[in-house]
Design a protein around this ligand. Structure first.
Ligand code: LMR
Length: 404
């Protein structure tokens, strides 16, 4: 048995965590997975999460019954409001179906599965993904029979956005194509369109009747402001672009292992939203039956209590602020102290948890092999793995790798 099962390679991101843990070198640095670390390189349980957990522990009436198939209602309604805004017209009109999912990955999966079954495909089942994109996106779509195709996004020459390439792909794709868009803090590049560019993208999507498959895993992490980071999504909804949104609370609430997320599908009418909900329930039931309770309860408390919500915003600023400080510090070390060859402006210009350094796969491998610094071979670094104790070691190692 299993003679025909080929050995698969380990996951490109999580294999770095395993290798880092197994490494005994005292100066090792993990810049692989996008998971927040504090200045002592420790996972950070947000103080607001601790408060919410103690409320849960002290609520004797809570039980361990099944949630409804589409999730905890107080969670799904608050998550939709956080994303679409308290004054959202589509929410008031009852045109949004929200289903609680197994974090952002589960939202991507359920959204892709739903499209695979019900989208009005005119040709092959294809999804346009940015080049590059999160390493998991292609596999998620392939699993449900949707073929991933790339659209130009990152320009290695400018270490910025290839806006012309992106736009011409939007214009030349067949009418009604599905485009996956990162709402903010693009993973892995940290390069986002400007508001003007989003406007042009929305126009092109409307002209061609394209479908927007938004992924938002970093609301609050890009600018430190939750509303600001939802700007592109709200703008596209207002313009009437057909779309769904995948939302994760892994990063902004530091609830990585609790798998808290949601899928939001915007429909043309309340009646259509109800039909969509009925089918999402059928799909969800056969996949996970009912979503998990614990993390959703934490987020529900935070989103529905004014005091906890303000505290959460402060915690998000703490995380976003530390990342920005690390960007500034790294930039200063490379440019003012080490005079590392090349332009490093992108370190401070890029947004969110990641920086796409622009180094080659060989330089990236050299950093891992010679300096015990773990990063994906595409040169992406998780900025949160840097702190006051290791940033100089990283900068000098990067300088050495670049000089060869
Ligand atoms: C990452 O890109 O590092 C994170 O989103 C973690 C993951 O699931 O890959």
């Amino acid at each position: 048995l299993w003679q025909n099962v080929p050995l698969a390679p380990p996951d490109s991101i999580f294999k770095l965590t395993a290798a880092f843990k197994a490494d005994t070198f005292d100066k090792k640095v993990n810049l692989g997975v996008g998971a927040y670390r504090d200045d002592n390189d420790k996972p950070w349980v947000l103080p607001v999460v601790k408060k919410a957990e103690s409320i849960i522990l002290n609520t004797p009436a809570l039980d361990h019954e099944y949630l409804p198939i589409t999730g905890l209602p107080e969670f799904t309604s608050a998550a939709a409001k956080l994303l679409l805004g308290p004054d959202s017209r589509v929410l008031a009109e009852g045109r949004v179906t929200t289903v609680q999912t197994i974090s952002g990955t589960g939202a991507n999966h359920l959204g892709a599965l739903f499209l695979s079954r019900f989208y009005q495909w005119t040709g092959d089942k294809e999804v346009y993904l940015s080049d590059p994109t999160w390493a998991n996106h292609p596999a998620i779509f392939k699993n449900v029979g949707i073929i991933p195709v790339s659209y130009p996004y990152y320009d290695p020459k400018t270490i910025g956005l290839n806006f012309d390439g992106f736009l011409s792909s939007l214009k030349s794709a067949p009418e009604g194509s599905v485009f996956l868009l990162h709402a903010c803090a693009h993973n892995p590049t940290g390069v986002d369109p400007t508001k003007e560019q989003w406007n042009v993208i929305a126009q092109a999507m409307l002209e061609k009747g394209h479908y927007g498959f938004f992924d938002t895993a970093y609301q609050g992490f890009a600018s430190g402001d939750l509303d600001n980071d939802a700007w592109a999504i709200r703008f596209f909804v207002d313009k009437g672009v057909k779309m769904l949104i995948c939302q994760s609370f892994a990063k902004n609430a530091g609830l990585y292992g609790e798998r808290v997320g949601a899928l939001h599908v915007v429909s043309p009418s309340k009646e259509a939203a109800e039909r969509v909900k009925s089918q999402l329930s059928v799909l969800q039931r056969s996949e996970i039956s009912n979503p998990p309770t614990y993390g959703a309860r934490i987020v529900t408390l935070i989103l529905n209590d004014a005091e906890l919500f303000s505290e959460w915003k402060r915690d998000i600023s703490t995380m976003a602020g530390r990342i920005i400080d690390m960007r500034k510090e790294l930039y200063k070390l490379l440019t003012e102290e080490l005079h590392t060859p090349g332009n490093w402006d992108h370190i401070v210009n890029q947004i969110g948890m990641f920086s796409f350094t622009g180094i080659t796969p060989e330089q990236s491998k050299a950093l891992t092999e010679k300096a015990h610094i773990y990063l994906t071979v595409n040169g992406r670094i998780s900025m949160t793995g840097l702190n006051r104790n290791n940033i100089r070691y990283f900068a000098t190692s990067l300088d050495a790798a670049v000089r060869g």
